[in-house]
Write a protein that binds this ligand. Sequence first.
Ligand code: HEM
Length: 445
Amino acid sequence: MWSTFIVILCFFLVIHLWQNRTFYRLVWQMPGPSLWFFNKNFSGFNRGIPRGNIFFRIIKECLMNYKTPLRCWIGTTFYIILEEPEDIKTVLNSQHCLNHPFTYEFVKPFFGNGLSTISTPQWNVHRKLLNSTFNTKIFKSYLPIFNKESKVLVSRLEELCNKKELTDISLYTKAVTYDTVYHTTLNREINTQKNQNFHLLECSNKVAAMCGERIFNALYYWDSIYHRTSHYKELKKNEQIIREPTIKGYETTGNALAYCILMLGMFPEHQGKMYEEIKSVMLDESQDIQWEDLGKCNYIERFIKEILRLFPSAPLTSRKSTETIQLGKYIVPANTNFLLPLFLLHRDKEFWGPTAEDFDPDRFLPENVKSIHPYAYLPFSGGPRICPGIKYAHMILKTILIRTVRKFKFRTDLKMADLEFEFDITLNIMNKHMVYVEKEIIIIN
Ligand code: HEM
């Protein structure tokens, strides 16, 4: 029976290769592994390892062995992996690479039919509309909401101080960003923080994780198979609890905030520097944080940038070409999927030097920024499809950090080397963001 199955499979493979011979002739000129590589990485030895991690391991191994742009089959999907900033710049800015690969269909239960999951030409119309509303004037008008929601977070953290135990802070950080984004974009309050409705967020996290699992599991690609699995039933169950399609940006921002607090706990010297800056900028604690105050927090700005370098909330992004494009000396045909592994790009020693893995906000001092290639640092992606929420995210992160670092001291037992990453739609850690929240005022060394 197996031999018949293999013969049929080979038959379809030959037909596929023949029909797409021009495509493969062009892309086969690029460096890349053989099919043997595919088998090795998808063997039974990987049982128990999250599939997103296997996916990243394959990309990392390819990058260690071949120059980019490199071609690679991951599961049943053919990708070109990019890590050279100039190639990334070409693809992200090409009018022929504005769409995403078909796997973006699988994140619809999480993102809904929003901007990030639609393709051109509808995308052009929606993006123009969004760009006209996402501007500094509008963001400034959100500041009272940012202040209000961050005060609620402070009262929640006060309760944690009394408990004196390790807490997964990401539930609190995602609750504050959920409430804020909900309030500012839908003009309604949902009060996840006040009601401690963490169950909603846990279901939302679960839906995000399950969408990621589907992307990384080729067996789930066909609806006719997937809809018969227990995975699908579980996804539907959680989707019904969230009810409304998830608002965009809360998860990435809440995730970044969780890493901010974890790093403050890990590096008291940075917490001390941040505390000093806040004290010098905000003289009156009882006042709301103003737009001008945010502009003065240069250290916090660098700190956030470094967080997003080492822990980009979206660890990879991708594009699909609709026309032939020129990439250096290669001609890349239409319908090619491109993978941009942002997490690996941000830690590549070639672009970040020997201390690439170290946490150092001063990399983003004005005199040091000059040596960073703009397309080697892409936490918000780039080109026309760049994240429209950059300014919004920085504003809310700064507001919350000012309010919390002024009041609390964070501590963690985790060290950098302990962090075990889990690659999903967002970048998670298996250890969780476990911190103690304490009330002491910080004294710098
Ligand atoms: C630290 C926080 C955030 C990070 C790291 C982040 C990162 C990203 C990334 C990597 C993309 C994908 C772009 C691509 O396709 O290559 C994206 C898209 C998007 N983000 Fe963000 N984001 C953040 C916060 C936000 C916020 C706060 C909002 C809105 C309030 C937002 C709204 C969007 C939208 C609407 C898109 C889709 C853009 C499009 O396809 O045209 N993001 N974001």
